[in-house]
Design a protein around this ligand. Structure first.
Ligand SMILES: Nc1ncnc2c1ncn2[C@@H]1O[C@H](COP(=O)(O)OP(=O)(O)OP(=O)(O)O)[C@@H](O)[C@H]1O
Length: 336
């Protein structure tokens, strides 16, 4: 047992008279290790909140094994609760209270020294505004107050559900800086989001969920590298001639209105040499690197592939040759 959070084979189906049976989480696995800022990424309705709620005992799982800081969850969570901060459902604060008063009450209720209030206000960048009423706060300030409340007891693990939701770019930047400084101080952070660019900027590791199943997991750079097709964008004056030469050299070429995309060229010099030797001069040659957005779209829109086994329990992962990433290609039969 090495993970700060371990989830194996989590399943949860909701039943309602109006909407019928809805599989929210379908054999999902997650491993968050100490010191990671781990992004939990998935489209709306993919099962992120249900997973976090099941982990924290806010909803009963149908099946699966979960641990938090080595304690089986949710049954033994009380044993480690003092070491975990979680914001899964947007906390509501009294608008007429100041942030300071709100946190002071929470500190007193939780047996935390009141001196901690100033520290957490400073940590989330609210120190100067801590004596203003919360009803005058922006959404970003309210989010930071929520994080401050979770930090009161100096958690080793912080779980945040969509902390950047509804924030403007400045608020997102502040939240990002906050996550980074927490990580630098040794806090393990699990942050769920559907904002890809944020996950790419904030997190070092990522688990991508689609329709209740894990479709990719690993270091962000490794997950991205697994999708690198060694492509480059080429601009020349004579596109048809360049395409002809590159195809003749055995390269894979896709034509666009004002450029070509060449695939499978680890060294872009191959392109400039192939064209230059025939007197076609390259005006632009740009390696195309995948970003989390393109990976995410590819994984979460991946059509079902009949005959490809599901890989949701880690037992028979489908590994792309030469990559550390795992993908689950079968998206059939799940109501998301
Ligand atoms: N209490 C519930 N009753 C019925 N269905 C539910 C309930 N909670 C969640 N669901 C369904 O389970 C699926 C997963 O929802 P969940 O909220 O976990 O997704 P999510 O990834 O957190 O989405 P979002 O990013 O929109 O918050 C959705 O189809 C949702 O409608």
């Amino acid at each position: 047992m090495t993970g700060v959070i371990e989830i194996e084979g989590l399943r949860k189906t909701f039943h309602s008279v109006r909407r019928g049976r809805r599989v929210a989480v379908d054999g999902f696995d997650l491993l968050v290790e100490a010191g990671q800022v781990h992004g939990f990424l998935g489209p709306n309705g993919s099962g992120k909140t249900t997973t976090l709620r099941a982990l924290l005992g806010l909803v009963r799982a149908d099946d699966g094994r979960m641990t938090v800081l080595g304690a089986s969850a949710p049954e033994r969570l009380p044993q480690v609760a003092g070491r975990v901060g979680a914001i899964v459902e947007s906390p509501q604060f009294f608008g007429n209270f100041t942030a300071y008063r709100t946190l002071r009450l929470l500190a007193l209720a939780g047996g935390v020294p009141v001196s901690r209030v100033d520290e957490v206000l400073a940590q989330v960048g609210l120190h100067d505004r801590g004596h203003e009423r919360v009803k005058g706060y922006s959404l970003g300030m309210k989010q930071r107050l929520a994080v401050a409340s979770a930090l009161l007891k100096r958690p080793e693990l912080l779980i945040l559900d969509e902390p950047a939701n509804g924030l403007d770019p400045a608020g997102i930047r502040e939240m990002r800086d906050l996550m980074r400084s927490l990580a630098a101080n040794g806090v393990t952070v699990l942050v769920s989001s559907h904002i890809l660019a944020e996950i790419q900027l904030i997190c070092d590791h990522v688990t991508i969920i689609s329709r209740g199943r894990r479709v990719a997991a690993g270091r962000v750079d490794e997950v991205l590298a697994g999708f690198d097709r060694d492509e480059c964008l080429v601009r020349v004056d004579d596109l048809p001639r360049a395409e002809e030469l590159l195809l003749a050299a055995g390269l894979t070429v896709t034509g666009h209105a004002d450029h070509l995309v060449v695939s499978g060229v680890p060294d872009p010099a191959t392109v400039s040499r192939t064209l230059g030797e025939q007197g076609v001069w390259v005006r632009e040659l740009t390696p195309l690197r995948p970003d989390l957005e393109s990976v995410f779209l590819e994984l979460t829109n991946a059509p079902a592939q009949p005959g490809v086994p599901r890989q949701v329990d880690g037992s028979a992962p489908h590994h792309e040759p030469g990559t550390g990433r795992m993908i689950d290609l079968d998206t059939r039969g799940v109501d998301a």
